[in-house]
Design a protein around this ligand. Structure first.
Ligand code: CA
Length: 415
């Protein structure tokens, strides 16, 4: 495990910061002064303005500007050599002992974060065994909880890139078609069982045109974000058979604003859990490709205090993003720069390590008590749900920043 790399930006050396020099996560920010959103890198409680630095020739990853745009896709497109060179250059520029360049720093508190990349397409997987078992138990009974393919295939579905929003974006409670087991007929109205899903998102940084290996897939992943796949359980229960989720998952998917690079997470690689049945060779993991990243979920009622509902870890995933990406390409499916892969909800074995309210309240049968004394089975209007995550190093943390969204009332339904 490497030590903290000290920076001349003093706040980057504080033990609690998500953004020490070891991290260097990439985002898109804009000040309130009307300047266009641009690329920057988080360092402590500041942002190093890469657009300005590029304009002055301090960083030049390409023969043309790539940081004056509101997305990291053009930089990702440059490939591995450019990724490694920029990281080395920024480490040098921001290290303790280098010439301080405060003129390129912006306070994070003074800016608004935007989507860090253009989402080409979005696929969501289902890779935590505890989550799959819990949800399967509630929907189909414990006998049929785990689908017969689950230990063999990283199951996924094609989601909507248009639904992906950055942390801080309000989420309007969806209306949809609802039919409970005791209802005679479906009706249309606001979801009463609106929920979160605690996930990691992997960002594809290099294109592929045909099947690739797990090792190639690992190399093609540029970085990771926290991802909340907002889910309407009552809409889902009625619509999901036989083609899987559709409108239940199309309202919004919130991601954290900073792309934590695979390079920053390199010291935290771990293998996926032991296989319960052997995988087909094309899915075998040639080296540790999962990460040790702690995760938590918090709920803040409107005007109230946050309650941490759950704590878990990315190590609970049965399949890595590299295995999911390799499987995604196995049919010949082309992948593009900016493709986003959701890991699937991450749940540990313990009740306080579950990644959705559906599991925490066991379908509403065991409501959760908040620190304020209120109870919740699912999300209420005005609630803010926040995901946090960090890989814990020796005296530093590789944090993701908050992935947060407040739920607003559903649009009125007119007959
Ligand atoms: Ca999901």
């Amino acid at each position: 495990m490497t030590d903290l790399i000290r920076s001349w930006v003093e706040s980057a050396n504080a033990p609690g910061t998500d953004f020490p020099l070891n991290n260097l996560p990439y985002g898109v920010f804009a000040a309130d002064d009307g300047t266009m959103p641009r690329c920057g890198v988080a360092i402590g409680d500041r942002i190093f303005d890469l657009c300005a630095a590029e304009g002055d020739g301090l960083v030049t990853p390409a023969g043309h500007p790539v940081f004056d745009v509101p997305y990291w896709n053009d930089f990702m497109d440059l490939g591995h050599e450019a990724w490694a060179e920029l990281r080395a250059r920024l480490t040098g520029l921001l290290s303790e002992g280098a010439e301080p360049r405060p003129e390129y720093l912006v306070n994070q508190a003074d800016v608004r974060m935007h989507m860090p990349f253009r989402v080409s397409e979005y696929t969501d997987f289902y890779a935590s065994k505890n989550h799959a078992f819990n949800v399967g138990s509630m929907f189909r009974g414990s006998e049929n909880a785990l689908p017969p393919n689950w230990l063999h295939i990283p199951i996924g579905y094609n989601g909507r890139a248009s639904s992906v929003v950055v942390s801080g974006t309000p989420v309007v409670r969806p209306n949809g078609q609802l039919k409970g087991p005791d209802d005679d007929a479906p009706r249309f109205g606001p979801s009463r069982r609106f929920d979160i899903e605690l996930e990691m998102g992997a960002i594809v940084g290099q294109p592929s045109d045909g099947p690739i290996t797990v090792a190639e897939a690992f190399d093609n992943i540029f970085g990771y974000v926290l991802l909340n796949d907002w889910s309407a359980r009552d809409i889902q229960a009625w619509e999901y058979q036989p083609l899987g989720p559709f409108q239940a998952k199309a309202t919004a998917t919130t991601i954290s604003p900073w792309i934590v690079t695979a390079a920053a997470l390199e010291p935290f690689r771990i293998p996926t859990p032991a296989r319960e049945v052997p995988l087909l060779p094309y899915l075998a993991e040639p080296a540790p490709m999962l990460y040790d990243i702690t995760l938590e979920v918090g709920l803040t009622p409107e005007g109230g205090q946050e309650t941490v509902l759950s704590r878990t870890n990315v190590r609970e995933l049965y399949y890595s993003a590299a295995q999911q990406l390799a499987h995604h390409t196995s049919s010949g499916c082309p992948m593009r720069v900016g493709d986003l892969l959701g890991s699937g909800t991450i749940s540990g074995a313990d009740p306080d390590a579950r990644g959705s309210l559906l599991e925490m309240s066991w379908g509403g049968k065991a409501p959760i008590t908040l620190d304020t004394g209120e109870s919740r089975s699912f999300i209420e209007d005005g609630d803010t749900l926040t995901l946090r995550g960090a890989a814990l190093g020796k005296g530093y943390r590789i944090g993701f920043g908050a992935c947060s969204g407040q739920v607003r009332p559903a649009r009125p339904v007119t007959d």
